[in-house]
Write a protein that binds this ligand. Structure first.
Ligand code: FES
Length: 112
């Protein structure tokens, strides 16, 4: 089950920029890479660096610490890394942006 959250316009990144937001208890990178938009987790699984301080190249988000690369579409680490990051669906509906975040097990229990 996914909950959709509206993203305020000023948080949408300019071209080739990354904005970090906190939503539903998660730190998330909102990414504009060549005018394609993505949302990923912001913590690098290698040693915890803040991926919002990294950059994008060839469809990948690059960690600023040790240069691990993660596919912006599916979060997979490059060959040999053996890691991945979470990616979240982004949708533009009627001029407004929304991000989808899966409910945790506990949230599902208490959702009415
Ligand atoms: S902390 Fe990201 S590659 Fe090492």
């Amino acid at each position: 089950m996914i909950n959709w959250y509206r993203i305020e316009d000023h948080l949408i990144p300019a071209e080739n920029a990354i904005n970090k937001i906190k939503l539903a208890g998660k730190n998330i990178c909102l990414i504009n890479h060549e005018n394609n938009y993505f949302a990923t987790s912001s913590k690098c699984p290698h040693a915890g660096a803040d991926l919002s301080e990294g950059w994008c190249a060839s469809g990948k988000l690059i960690c600023p610490y040790h240069r691990h690369a993660f596919d912006l579409k599916n979060g997979r680490g490059a060959i040999g890394q053996g890691n991945y990051i979470s990616v979240y669906p982004l949708e533009k509906r009627g001029g407004e942006w929304f991000i989808g975040i899966k409910l945790t097990f506990i949230q599902k229990l208490f959702k009415k």
